[in-house]
Design a protein around this ligand. Sequence first.
Ligand code: CP3
Length: 355
Amino acid sequence: MRAFKNDSFLRAIWRQPVVKTPVWMMRQAGRYLPEYRALRQKAGSFMQLCKTPELASEITLQPLARFPLDAAILFSDILTIPDAMGLGLSFKEGEGPIFAHPLRSEHDIARLRVPTPEVDLAYVLDAIRLTQKNLARQVPLIGFCGSPWTLATYMVEGCANKSFPRIQALRQGDPKLLHTLLDVLAKSVSAHLNAQIRAGVNAVMIFDTWGGMLNTADYQIFSLYYVKQVITHLLTQHEGSPIPVILFTKGGGQWLELMAATGCHVLGIDCQTDLNDARLRVGDKVALQGNLDPAILLESPERIRAAVAKTLSAFGKKPGHIFNLGHGVPQQVLPEHVAVLVDAVHELSEKQIPL
Ligand code: CP3
């Protein structure tokens, strides 16, 4: 395995002992950082940032220049795949993602093709190669995709719509057509993750942001089944290093055992789920990543430290914990508060007394 200056993230994934609990945060590069906002303004749009490897790489590294984080996550978006399939993605300030050509008919779904990542998503792969060069093996780099189900919700709705009327209607009215869509998405996601692995990411994460809206039976049929398809088709190693898979289902706390059986190596835990309970349920099958409530970052430094201590002791002094939030860093957070969190994780985990 090629060495990193700081490999605590990968050690924790393989449940090896670490001196300090590793920490990174979902949306660690984002609007809470003034340097991100400045670059976004200069670039003109979010998609311009994503599609310009120099800018995507610079943003990936912004939080690492400020905080001693133990992993980097590529700056990109899960919706680059539907964009590459021709749906025309843009982001309106304050409104989230919008597709110019959402899926509105059977014909729209039937004509979807699996993108060729090296051509249609070359900008993501270029950003990975450039970021790895700039990171110079300081810490590992995480690549990612959305789950087929989560991508399907955005592609069918056409915009962020938290009541999901169209995908619910499709699921009830024409499940066969939905399966056709999920199948082409599963193939697209595994192709894109494999291309990211070949371009040099050291771990991959699958974001199933909307799996939690399904009932248990439908979660297994429409979400988990396709996540399993994706994982089964992933390269398990690259240039002699194993490539771990992190699976995060927001609202998936009741299905941890099912998720742990997909072949993933880490489960992302949301803040609705008790970390100690999660660990007891999945045992040493997988490592756990999470799960501080992001809202704590809006509170005082003292309360942030106390909440970090609580999360660390909920997991206990055992190998296999990667500290993270239960969801992304909110936009209103002060960067100084993120510094408090990262330092607290390192300091308190080092001092923690074995339970
Ligand atoms: O730092 C990182 O975490 C890496 C980059 C990253 C982004 N999006 C950048 C981003 C990652 C891993 C994502 C994943 C993503 N994108 C998910 C899954 C995780 C989750 O949040 O549940 C989803 C659902 C998306 C789709 C998406 N992208 C939405 C719904 C939005 C709008 C909502 C929002 O927060 O603004 C985005 C935009 C987006 N993706 C931003 C960032 C930094 C904000 C863009 C901006 O306004 O500048």
